[in-house]
Design a protein around this ligand. Structure first.
Ligand code: ATP
Length: 139
């Protein structure tokens, strides 16, 4: 069966590079599923979870927004920040989420709403991936 080469990179590092059957990413206009032979595409991502599936095995990667490019049989995500499940520090994500929630509730008029919501979405994606990994006992 045809495969896609999937790469996710940040300014600092290559986070993941693998052959996959499908990529599902949090596009700004909704979830975007990319299969082999998808039409070329360039779109923005919002903070969330990227799911890749290969031979029935699912892997999740947290992404803090960025861009997704589809080329023939290759999907590249250029992310602001991204972490594989095993790299996520769950406690750090819990604290970041709590800080963002506190800023929003203690002085809602003074905060940058978009920024705090983006911070919450990053933390929630990290937590969801880290907790799923813990439940499964693997990545
Ligand atoms: P914090 O307030 O805890 O720093 P943040 O959402 O502001 O969280 P980012 O600016 O998105 O952090 O990321 C900064 C760097 O730290 C990136 O390299 C990112 O991959 C890494 N990072 C952030 N949170 C975590 C986490 N919970 N586990 C592992 N790496 C993380």
């Amino acid at each position: 069966m045809a495969k896609l080469l999937f790469e996710i990179v940040t300014a600092e590092r290559l986070v993941s590079s693998q052959e996959v059957d499908v990529v599902v990413a949090p596009g700004v206009e909704g979830e975007l599923a990319v299969l082999p032979h998808h039409a070329p595409l360039l779109t923005s991502l919002k903070p969330g979870e990227v799911l890749v599936r290969n031979d029935g095995e699912e892997t999740y990667i947290a992404v803090s927004g960025g861009f997704l490019e589809v080329m023939p049989d290759k999907v590249t995500i250029l992310a602001d920040a991204a972490e594989r499940a095993e790299e996520i520090d769950e406690q750090r994500a819990e604290e970041a989420l709590r800080r963002a929630q506190e800023r929003l509730t203690s002085a809602p008029a003074a905060v940058d709403l978009e920024r705090e919501l983006a911070s919450m979405r990053r933390s929630q994606a990290r937590l969801s991936i880290a907790r799923r990994r813990r439940r499964r006992g693997s990545s």
